[in-house]
Design a protein around this ligand. Structure first.
Ligand SMILES: Nc1ncnc2c1ncn2[C@@H]1O[C@H](COP(=O)(O)OP(=O)(O)O)[C@@H](O)[C@H]1O
Ligand SMILES: [Mg+2]
Length: 264
């Protein structure tokens, strides 16, 4: 398997066929995500984060450039189910219980029934839903539904996770717990992650690199290294080092005070 999880080369996506009304959602994006690397995409609404995620997942195709996943065309990686997806909308099947939803990718992978049930039960526990294993999605809060979707994305221990604002609907406590769990899981499984978030501290806490994007046209404007490696204890969130990186990302996002003054 290629040791590059994702490679976008000159990837662009333009919507609309008429020149006057077309939207350049994404322009000339070059991005490599190494196997096992955690990369966050951050930027204002409409800068093309979800568009890029959809291209990587082959839910949409670039109008120029190319996307490879583990050295294969994105389409082949989708057919081979090389990655797990957790997007903003939980996208659960309403007629299936929590366990049955989590087990869905295992079914598609041909895992036997008993093993499916064991793994789904383990994952339900991991996301704090052990007591809700036999409930249906419409009996759960939005945050709980989202946790089911995350468990489902993890079910086959994929080497790549594509997560588009997966924790957006969670309360702060649950969100921090899920962040800690996600780090534990990715360190354990060696999975690469491409993660969209609006939260600067979340991006810093989770990532090896933070990719900053800007709109009109959607493009990458900055890439920041976060050097904490696999060792990210809860207390890291309170350290001066952590705040230094939060500030760096904030300045990359908003422009530094001097930059802004010059623009006025
Ligand atoms: N299917 C679509 N048709 C037309 N325009 C779209 C479509 N999807 C996204 N866009 C436009 O592309 C831009 C980027 O959208 P998106 O990737 O969803 O941004 P983000 O996820 O960063 O908020 C926006 O201007 C959005 O309106
Ligand atoms: Mg989006």
């Amino acid at each position: 398997m290629s040791d590059i999880a994702v490679r976008a080369t000159g990837a662009s996506r333009t919507f609309g066929s008429r020149k006057k009304t077309e939207v350049h959602a994404l322009t000339d994006v070059d991005l490599e995500v190494a196997a096992g690397e955690f990369v966050s995409l951050i930027g204002p609404s409409g800068c093309g984060k979800s568009t890029l995620m959809r291209l990587i997942a082959d839910l949409d195709q670039p109008t120029a450039g190319s996307i490879e996943v583990f050295g294969k065309p994105a389409k082949q990686a989708r057919l081979d189910q090389d990655y797990g997806i957790a997007f903003q909308q939980a996208g659960l099947l309403p007629w299936r219980t929590v366990l049955e939803n989590i087990a869905l990718p295992l079914e598609l992978h041909g895992v036997a029934s008993a093993a499916r049930k064991a793994r789904a039960t383990e994952l339900a526990g991991l996301v704090g839903l052990a007591e809700f294993a036999h409930r249906y999605p419409d009996e759960l809060s939005g945050g709980m539904q989202q946790r089911v979707a995350i468990a489902r994305a993890l079910a086959t221990k994929p080497k790549l996770l594509l997560m588009d604002e997966p924790f957006g609907a969670l309360d702060e406590m649950t969100r921090e717990r899920m962040q800690t769990e996600l780090i534990r899981i990715t360190v354990e499984t060696g999975a690469a992650v491409v993660f969209v978030t609006h939260s600067i501290p979340e991006a810093v806490y989770l990532s090896d690199r933070v990719v900053v994007m800007s709109p009109r046209p959607g493009r990458i404007t900055d890439v920041l290294e976060i050097p904490f490696g696999d060792d990210r204890p809860e207390l890291l969130r309170e350290s001066p080092e952590f705040f230094r990186h939060v500030t760096a990302v904030r300045e990359a996002l908003h422009g530094t005070p001097t930059q802004r003054a010059n623009e006025r």
